[in-house]
Every structure is written in structure tokens, then in C-alpha cells.
Design a protein around this ligand. Structure first.
Ligand SMILES: Cc1cc2nc3c(=O)[nH]c(=O)nc-3n(C[C@H](O)[C@H](O)[C@H](O)COP(=O)(O)OP(=O)(O)OC[C@H]3O[C@@H](n4cnc5c(N)ncnc54)[C@H](O)[C@@H]3O)c2cc1C
Length: 464
């Protein structure tokens, strides 16, 4: 469907297929209908459930405050779609514009939205991963099974990995009065996402809440009993932790294997797409009929040196899906770039943590407001003398302000006075990321405007 009048025809009677029936898939499909798409819409999902929300799975569900089957995503509108749930897509024929399904069926499309997200990285030793009492947390079924194990009152839970999800799991265990050990390879919890200065605060939070936190160690093996139940974990420092529940929280793997051999630019790092969400093929040429959104996508962000960002953020999935759907139904001059400023939230140990921008690019951090020791502060990250990210602990009301600084490439450290600036916030310190990104000297791009139609990029070439 290309050429004159083809867009109108696509909107009237085209076929759009969405693979991945979760947050990005649903919001993309809703946007298609909102923007006047009246043709046939097929939603393909390998899980047997209609779209549900994942953030509550590590929070309310593990606390026993909600059941995993009550986390359906609210619907913005009726979709009038054909749902193919419980059936994975297994292949893509780009030339014939066809998606193959595991049940042997094939579905043809004029436009395809890929939103297959990520899955939990399993424990690498298969036999150990299969022991009773070893869990991951990504899906509704994972959360149900883990919550059931916690409700049985285990002697001790071992969480492997202290990123956001691992830390939230540890927090939920402590809130339920369950003994928990956290093993983290890095120097502190959250160190990969927020750096060592904030990681130190996170470590104190764990310990104050009674977590047995072991940093700088790796779990080298899990041991089962004769009935096949996990009973202990061995650590790289020679210690052993007796445990009957192990939660493997080692990050995520992108769901791209089904695209192998299709010719699409898809791999372990996700599916590369342009800022308009159109997927690249393996030659690096952008496709016109295949769009990507959500956790599985990697797209260049003008504000962050055109780096291809892979974000596992709820808000990114929604925004990118909306942009992809809009662009699918638009002439090239009407298309929009996906220039959502990354934002993330987490709640753990009674503290609300939010971040905006790309803290991991930050080389320095300034505690611009509040105090680390009070666990109520705003940390601002700087990169090449500009504000690149911010994090708040129980101070989210300031985040919008710092987002504007990021969008306008405001100088770092901020030169103006801030409310509740303490002596510790007078000077930036090393943000202390374990593996700092290599600085690049690119052009400066700023974003302005609020409504999607007003959003504008201003491009200032690099000075050499
Ligand atoms: C426990 C947990 C807590 C979280 N907490 C937060 C939080 O506090 N804040 C935040 O910002 N974000 C949080 N997130 C991240 C957020 O939930 C994700 O960013 C969001 O779910 C991404 O949506 P998505 O649609 O891109 O991918 P997903 O939600 O991963 O959905 C992809 C869907 O595609 C399906 N699929 C995969 N392969 C195929 C195939 N071949 N055929 C058909 N279907 C397929 C998958 O099974 C899945 O249903 C959390 C995630 C988890 C797991």
C-alpha cells in the first residue's frame, strides 16, 4: 500500500498486525484506532492473557496486596481486534509481508508493529534453574508462583542481583518479615543504573531494613536436596547461604529470536529502529512497513548524542508505541520523532525513587537538594558540563524541573540556587559508575514545545 491515496486506503481497509500483546502493543493498537484506522487489526501474544501491567508484580503482588490476575491494563477504548493469544509468532517473511505463528497459521499485514519486549534472564546453569524454589520475575505466572512461595513462610530468600527488580523483591520480603540475603556482583545495589554515590544510599537502605546484603560477590552455584528442592547457594567468596527460595534477578533478554533469518536488524541488543520507530533491516536500511516499540526497541535519541537507547521503562513503551502508531498512518512530513525523555520509578523500603534522563551517561553527580543521609534528595548528573539526568529519593515533585534542564542542555553544575541546598551539595563529585560510557563529542540538540505537534528539535553543530 504505497503511492497516491494509499494512506487513505490503508486507514480504511488495511491490515495491521501487532506482535506482542502487552503494554506497548496495546497502547499502539489503541492509538491506531484513535487516529482513524478502520481496517483489520490482529493482536498476537504468546502469553494466554490479555494485556496486563508488570510494575505491580514486584510491588503490590509480592506484598500480597493484590493478586497477579488483577493487574489487567486499563483500556482507553474498544479495539475491535482479532486476538491471537497463547500463540507465539515464530517467523517473519518480510517480502511476502507475513508473520508465521507457532500453530502453523500465517497472518498477512500491510503494516507490522513489533512489541515483543524482553524476558527474564534465567539462571545460566539449566539443572540448577530447574530446582524447586528457584524463580524469576517477569510475568503474571512468575509473580503468582513466587508470591505463593513467599506466603508459605520460607526460612530465607536469596535474591541474586540488586538492580531495581531485585531490590524491590528484597524490600517486599522484608515487609513480609521474611529473612532475605541479596547477592550483588557490583559494589552496591542499583550501582549500574544510578552509580556508586546513590548505590551507597541504597545499600544503607537494604541493611537498615534487615537485608543481609553481600556486595562484590557472585553466586557460583545452587545446590538442591534429594527431592530436587533448592537448599543452598555457594558464593564466590567461599561462603554458603542456606535458603529455600532463590529469585534470579539478573536483568533481561530481548525477545528477538523469532526474527532470526528474516532480514530484520534484530539481535540480542534488540531491534534497531530510527527515531520514527521504523525498523532497520540487516543492511541498515530503514523499512517502511515494520515499526518497533517498547522494551525490544533500540532507537537513537537526539538529546543523548544520538545514542541508540534500549529502555526498559513503562513510560517509554507507551510513548514509543503511540509514536509508532501515529507514524504508521502518516505521510513522511507528518511523522514525529520519538523524543521522550527517559523516566523511571521504583518503590522500595518505603522510599519512592524516580529518575529522568540518562543517569548512566553521567560522570559527575551533585546533590542539588536535600541530603543523602536523610534519604530525601535530588541528585543531578552531569556529562560534558551539561545536565544529563536526575534522580530523586522521596522528592519527585522537582523532577519535572530537572527534566526541563535536560531538554534544554542546561549547564552542569546548575549555577542557580536551589531550595534546601546543603553543604554536601556545593560541589559535584564523581558519579562512580562501574563502567562509564565513553564520551563522545557530538552536536548539541535541544527539544522544545509540549504538545506532540509543537515538539521541535534545535540542532547546534559540534565545535571542534
Ligand atoms: C516486575 C517488574 C517491575 C517493573 N517495574 C517498573 C517500574 O517500577 N517502573 C517502570 O518504568 N518500569 C517497570 N517495569 C518495566 C515495564 O513493565 C516494561 O518497560 C514494560 O512492560 C514494557 O512493555 P512492552 O510491551 O515493551 O514489553 P513487555 O511488557 O515485555 O511485553 C512483551 C509481550 O510480548 C510477548 N512476546 C514475546 N515474544 C513473542 C512472540 N514471539 N510472539 C508473540 N508474543 C511475544 C511477551 O510474552 C510479552 O507478553 C517493570 C517490569 C517488571 C517485569
Amino acid at each position: 500500500m504505497t503511492g497516491n491515496g494509499s494512506l487513505e486506503r490503508l486507514k480504511r481497509e488495511g491490515r495491521i498486525v501487532v506482535v506482542g500483546a502487552s503494554l506497548a502493543g496495546l497502547r499502539g493498537a489503541e492509538t491506531l484506532r484513535e487516529e482513524g484506522f478502520a481496517g483489520s487489526l490482529t493482536m498476537i501474544g504468546d502469553e494466554p492473557y490479555e494485556p496486563y501491567d508488570r510494575p505491580p508484580l514486584s510491588k503490590q503482588v509480592l506484598l500480597g496486596k493484590a493478586t497477579a490476575d488483577r493487574t489487567d491494563l486499563p483500556r482507553r477504548r474498544a479495539l475491535d481486534a482479532q486476538w491471537r493469544l497463547g500463540v507465539p509468532a515464530t517467523g517473519l517473511d518480510m517480502a511476502a509481508r507475513r508473520v508465521r505463528l507457532a500453530d502453523g497459521d500465517e497472518v498477512e499485514y500491510d503494516r507490522l508493529l513489533i512489541a515483543t519486549g524482553v524476558r527474564a534472564r534465567p539462571w545460566p546453569k539449566e539443572e540448577e534453574a530447574e530446582l524447586d524454589g528457584v524463580f524469576v520475575l517477569r510475568t503474571r505466572d512468575d509473580a503468582t508462583a513466587l508470591e505463593r512461595a513467599l506466603a508459605q513462610g520460607p526460612r530465607r530468600v536469596l535474591v541474586i542481583g540488586a538492580g531495581f527488580t531485585g531490590s524491590e523483591i528484597a524490600s517486599a520480603c522484608r515487609e513480609r518479615g521474611i529473612a532475605v540475603t541479596v547477592a550483588e556482583r557490583g559494589a552496591a545495589p542499583l550501582v549500574g543504573a544510578l552509580g556508586g554515590v546513590i548505590g551507597e544510599v541504597a545499600a544503607e537502605m537494604h541493611r537498615e531494613h534487615g537485608v543481609d546484603l553481600r556486595c562484590g560477590v557472585m553466586v557460583t552455584g545452587l545446590e538442591g536436596d534429594s527431592a530436587g528442592r533448592v537448599r543452598a547457594a555457594h558464593l564466590s567468596d567461599g561462603n554458603t547461604v542456606e535458603t529455600d527460595v532463590v529469585v534470579v534477578s539478573l536483568g533481561a533478554m530481548r525477545n528477538t529470536e523469532w526474527l532470526g533469518g528474516s532480514g530484520l536488524g534484530a539481535g540480542p541488543r534488540g531491534i534497531a529502529c530510527d527515531a520514527g520507530c521504523r525498523a532497520f533491516d540487516i543492511r541498515g536500511i530503514v523499512t517502511d512497513d515494520i515499526y518497533v516499540a517498547g522494551d525490544v526497541a533500540r532507537s537513537p535519541h537526539p538529546l543523548f548524542g544520538y545514542q541508540f537507547l534500549s529502555l526498559e521503562h513503562w513510560g517509554n513503551a507507551v510513548s514509543q508505541a503511540e509514536t509508532a502508531a501515529h507514524n504508521m498512518l502518516s505521510e513522511s512530513t507528518e511523522r514525529r520523532p520519538h523524543i521522550w525523555v527517559p523516566a523511571f520509578w521504583s518503590s522500595q523500603f518505603g522510599v519512592n525513587i524516580k529518575s529522568v534522563g540518562v543517569p548512566t551517561m553521567g560522570t559527575e553527580i551533585l546533590i542539588a537538594q536535600g541530603s543523602l543521609s536523610e534519604r530525601r534528595f535530588t541528585g543531578v548528573y552531569g556529562y560534558q558540563e551539561r545536565v544529563i539526568g536526575a534522580v530523586t529519593f522521596d522528592q519527585s515533585k522537582w523532577l519535572q524541573f530537572y527534566q526541563q534542564l535536560i531538554e534544554t542542555t542546561a549547564p552542569f553544575p546548575p549555577s542557580f540556587p536551589t531550595v534546601d541546598r546543603r553543604p554536601e551539595g556545593q560541589r559535584p563529585v564523581d558519579a562512580d559508575f562501574p563502567d562509564p560510557s565513553v564520551p563522545t563529542h557530538g552536536p548539541t540538540v535541544t527539544v522544545s514545545g509540549y504538545s506532540p505537534d509543537d515538539r521541535r528539535l534545535t540542532f547546534t553543530p559540534a565545535r571542534h
